[in-house]
Design a protein around this ligand. Structure first.
Ligand code: FAD
Length: 530
């Protein structure tokens, strides 16, 4: 390992890592001991591990130079080998057997930190609150450890709320690792305070910028980075895309018992970073600027916060957005009882209660089966006369065999009621032929109505789309995934004619890389440096 690192020393008692602060990199202990401790939600320290000679410090964040999730001090004098993120990527690739062991350790350590909630933000608020669910979902989907303190059962949390959140709308509070307190923050504000957006990528020209970190974008990141291209992946919300919201993907090749979308995406996310891909999450691309590219300069992707990142080629992998039914009070109840996915967090919230699920596609079917294992009853509403035209036969059979799923055909959801503060209290649905309405006291509605392509950000760049807004590819350049703009590629659900499956998205993400190489080798392709 010596050829990948730089020798360094720490004197007795010297701080090596500090929670919430940037880390120098992974440390291989040559002599002495590095003592690692965590902080619980109440600010008390607890022991994590002592790294002695021959052991190494670090977890997944070391792949990308993220802020530390733990504290560490030198016990006695310490001699160590410092391996910074770039050196770590080189080591993982050059030394496959050793790299596998290190990668496994980094992943398992992050999992342990997530399980104990060590090092990330502490949320203070009611477990049943919609805003708590919103923030927990965001953190979980991004693999960030966090802890929830509910004032209902925790006197310290109650005292904290009295001090920092005099008004109900200030809740939940988020206490960041640096001690700052945010009141009912947006996902973006929370991301900033925990260092997710430390590296903006604005200072260089990447070979490829990928908009969207769903399965398609992550596949491009893994293949492009492993083939030596510099890659930046940007996602508005979290890695995994729609697949990250899937409780169980049963038809992805090689996983006979199924795999949760979050687990699949988490592996791809780590894999892409292992090969050196940079991640900018959460950051929304609001505009693609193609003007300079037409003159041989790089493309610019404008972000919602005003920054721009530049690249020689662009991959559109922004997937699709959930459709919303025409239903009174929907907007007000989103995140307050109305959900567009069904993860274990939502399943726990509706345990033992009746829920409504709207939609008749395969994802609706999977969610109904998943929720039925937790909820007292799942009312499944579909507009069609049956499920045959929209759902796979195996799912129809499975649903028919589950006693607590009640299917209502020719039925649409018509009204959601409840106060904004505490959320949904009752749901009304209507039969499309008889117009007869039924209202039940239900606090959770799951909407699985399919999705429309996300392409608004492309309008200034004249990327050709079809009549439904999906991006057209195969422009005659011989590259089947290239759009009407040379150097701009489209993959996955956003692409016209794509199969709308995880396997298809990943295949296209991989295939795009060979076509990007071909584009970059073309005379007149954007220059390596701006
Ligand atoms: C609940 C559910 C269950 C499913 N189950 C299965 C299954 O069992 N098997 C199967 O094969 N398929 C399944 N699918 C379909 C599968 O998930 C999709 O086909 C796949 O995720 C498409 O991948 P993608 O990368 O093209 O797009 P997406 O997964 O949609 O990812 C797009 C990403 O782009 C980001 N983004 C969008 N706009 C912007 C912007 N302007 N700036 C930055 N980022 C942006 C989004 O945040 C998102 O992360 C399921 C889908 C859902 C919703």
């Amino acid at each position: 390992m010596r050829r990948f690192g730089t020798p360094c020393r720490y004197s007795a008692g010297e701080r090596v890592y500090e929670t919430g602060k940037p880390t120098p990199g992974l440390l291989v202990v040559l002599s002495g001991t590095i003592r690692v401790t965590g902080r619980d939600g109440h600010g008390h320290d607890f022991p994590v591990v002592d790294h002695v000679a021959g052991a190494f410090s670090g977890e997944l964040g070391q792949l990308s130079g993220r802020r530390s999730l733990v504290d560490a001090v030198a016990v006695g004098g310490v001699e160590a080998l410092l391996i910074n993120p770039e050196q770590l990527h080189a080591l993982l690739i050059a030394e496959a057997a050793l790299g596998e062991k290190i990668m496994r350790a980094l992943i398992l350590r992050r999992v342990a930190l997530i399980e104990t909630g060590t090092g990330g933000p502490v949320l203070v608020g009611a477990a049943s609150s919609g805003d708590v669910a919103r923030l927990r979902n965001f953190l979980s989907r991004n693999g960030i450890p966090h802890m929830l303190l509910d004032p209902a059962g925790d006197p310290d949390a109650r005292a904290f709320v009295e001090r920092y959140a005099p008004r109900a709308e200030d809740l939940p509070l988020a206490v960041c690792p640096d001690g700052s307190v945010l009141r009912n923050p947006s996902e973006n504000a929370l991301a900033k305070c925990i260092g997710m957006l430390d590296a903006s990528g604005a200072d260089r020209v990447y070979d490829v910028a990928v908009a969207g970190a769903g399965p398609a974008g992550l596949a491009t990141a893994v293949y492009a980075a492993s083939e030596g291209l510099s890659v930046l992946v940007i996602d508005a919300r979290s890695y995994g895309g729609q697949a990250g919201a899937s409780a169980r993907i049963e038809n992805y090749l090689g996983f006979p018992t199924g795999i949760s979308g979050q687990a699949l995406a988490g592996r791809a996310y780590s894999q892409a970073q292992k090969f050196g891909a940079s991640m900018l999450i959460p950051a929304e691309v609001v505009r693609l600027d193609c003007e300079r590219a037409a003159d041989g300069g790089p493309f610019a992707l404008r972000l919602a916060d005003g920054l721009a990142v530049r690249s020689r080629a662009v991959v559109i992998a922004t997937g699709a957005r959930y459709r919303r039914p025409d239903c009174a009070n929907l907007k007000a109840m989103e995140g307050r009882g109305v959900w567009y996915w069904a993860s274990p967090i939502e399943a726990k919230m509706c345990a033992g209660q009746e829920v409504v699920l709207v939609g008749g596609g395969n994802s609706a079917g999977q969610a109904a089966v998943f929720l039925a294992a937790h909820a007292a009853k799942v009312w499944m509403l579909v507009r069609a006369a049956d499920l045959a035209a929209s759902m796979s036969k195996y799912l129809i059979d499975r649903i028919a065999g589950i006693a607590n799923i009640e299917l209502r055909t020719r039925t649409e959801i018509s009204c959601l009621s409840g106060p904004r503060e505490s959320g949904l209290e009752s749901v009304t649905w209507r039969h499309r032929d008889t117009k007869q309405e039924e209202t039940r006291p239900i606090r959770h509605v799951f909407l699985f109505l399919g999705a429309d392509p996300i392409t608004e950000w492309l309008k200034d760049c004249d990327v050709a789309v079809d009549d439904k807004g999906f991006v057209k590819t195969g422009n005659g350049s011989g590259q089947p995934l290239e759009t009407s703009v040379p150097g701009v590629f489209a993959i996955g659900d956003v692409r016209a004619g794509s199969v709308k499956r995880v396997g298809g998205a990943i295949g296209e993400g991989a295939a795009a890389v060979a076509q990007i190489h071909a584009f970059l080798a073309r005379p007149g392709a954007t220059a390596a440096q701006a």
